[in-house]
Ligand binder design. Structure first.
Ligand SMILES: Cc1cc2nc3c(=O)[nH]c(=O)nc-3n(C[C@H](O)[C@H](O)[C@H](O)COP(=O)(O)OP(=O)(O)OC[C@H]3O[C@@H](n4cnc5c(N)ncnc54)[C@H](O)[C@@H]3O)c2cc1C
Length: 380
């Protein structure tokens, strides 16, 4: 096996690309700027489409026990219980994984790393420049070393240096809010009417809503923070206690918190996902809000479809891959996640209506599980 493809970034997307290429018999080298994998808490949701990809790569079995299986979604009204429950078993005819897995993305990356041959990932190797010619691409790392491959994959996150080196522009704009995450060990499913049996719930009151997401051993409560409220103020009970009283009146007045943080959300899409021998995937190509838990999943789909395209040996297919993934990003990923945030009430009404009609429930779940887009761009 020869080293032919370079990957910048050992996040979930870069490591998925690397493992898929390795499984296809293609040599791969990953350059990661950090000294080790990050353990930061970020994505929590693995959709059925992504679990299918991870199963083909041989890592799903190890990931499943590290997460919480979610068999149903619910829409609640404060103190009144469930307006609707969407069981995911509708998907059983379509996928071996008719459920979501809630697990930290930092549970996946060590599994991907362990499945790669030792030494595949160089840590402390920050890609800072790239040049390409008719035969290959050369990446320069901050330590002055040069790395040569036939192709280079930019999976180096939202501020991608490799995307910039390739001359690809990105249009990014912040959403008008940030997000507060409260992690509590309280068993919310035993305390919130209508939540039992659901691993994710959206609680709506008029035009406003919060989300409840079950993780192994704790629940995440997700609250929007208006631009006018500073991070420090959002982390104070003076901000969130009235919101909890409004949306979750059955909870004790003092919520035991395991941790809390505030993060920003932005919407962005790269103008291209290919510049000659440089391919751009994951957060380097697109970012969006976290409602629906789609952005990392879309990045893993970019990675799997790109690896299959490279493995086909037909470079002419790379343009078709790029066109398909850009279309999915613009017309599906960003469109769906924007809509879920911009018109949350319409999004809720549509989901609630779908729960009453098996055909609509099937279509709603296929879209939410990203089963309709995960293979876009893969070779025919
Ligand atoms: C709080 C939060 C919750 C989220 N929840 C969800 C969710 O539920 N579902 C979902 O699908 N998505 C979610 N997301 C989004 C998800 O975390 C990202 O989409 C995902 O991390 C993207 O993976 P990536 O590998 O493309 O980029 P990253 O995870 O950012 O990895 C990029 C890697 O590249 C490295 N790197 C950077 N620059 C260089 C360089 N120049 N050279 C070499 N290496 C470099 C970095 O150190 C990093 O290891 C969430 C995000 C946040 C912040």
């Amino acid at each position: 096996m020869t080293t032919t493809v370079l990957v910048a970034g050992a996040g979930p997307v870069g490591l998925t690309a690397a493992l898929a290429l390795h499984r296809a018999g293609i040599g791969v080298r990953v350059l990661e700027k950090r000294p080790a994998l990050t353990a930061a808490s970020r994505a929590s949701t693995f959709h059925p489409s992504t679990l299918g990809i991870l199963a083909r790569l041989g890592v799903a079995d190890a990931l499943l026990p590290r997460g919480r299986r979610v068999d149903a979604l619910a829409w609640l009204s404060p103190g009144r219980g469930a307006d609707a429950v969407m069981p995911m078993h509708h998907l059983a005819a379509r996928t071996a994984f008719p459920f979501r897995l809630h697990a930290e993305q930092a549970e996946l990356t060590p599994l991907l790393l362990a499945a790669l041959p030792p030494g595949t990932v160089s840590f402390g190797a920050e890609a800072i420049a790239a040049t390409q010619d008719g035969n290959g691409v050369t990446l320069v790392t901050a330590d002055g070393n040069e790395h040569r491959g036939s192709l280079a994959i930019a999976a180096d996150g939202a501020h991608s240096a490799l995307r910039t080196a390739a001359g690809i522009a990105v249009e990014t704009a912040p959403y008008g809010h940030r997000v507060l995450r409260l992690m509590t060990t309280l068993p919310l499913d035993a305390l919130v009417p209508g939540l039992a049996g659901a691993g994710i719930a959206y609680v709506h009151d008029g035009p406003d809503s919060i989300s409840l997401l079950a993780m192994p051993g704790l629940w995440r409560i997700i609250i929007r923070v208006p631009a006018s409220v500073a991070d420090e103020a959002a982390l104070s009970p003076a901000f969130f206690a009235p919101i909890l009283r409004r949306f979750l009146p059955s909870l004790p007045a003092e919520l035991p918190l395991a941790s809390a943080d505030v993060y920003g959300v932005a919407r962005g899409i790269a103008a291209r996902m290919r510049a000659g021998r440089i391919l751009v995937i994951g957060d380097a190509a697109h970012v969006t809000n976290t409602r629906g838990g789609m952005n990392m999943n879309a990045g893993i789909h970019d990675a799997a479809t790109l690896a299959a395209t490279i493995a086909s040996g037909n470079d002419a297919l790379l343009d078709a891959w790029e066109a398909a993934r850009l279309r999915v990003t613009a017309e599906v990923l960003l469109a769906r996640t924007d809509r879920a945030v911009a018109s949350a009430t319409a999004w809720r009404d549509e989901a609630v209506a779908a729960t009453a009609d098996p055909a609509r429930a099937d279509a709603w779940l296929v879209a939410a599980a990203m089963l309709d887009t995960c293979d876009a761009g893969a070779p025919p």
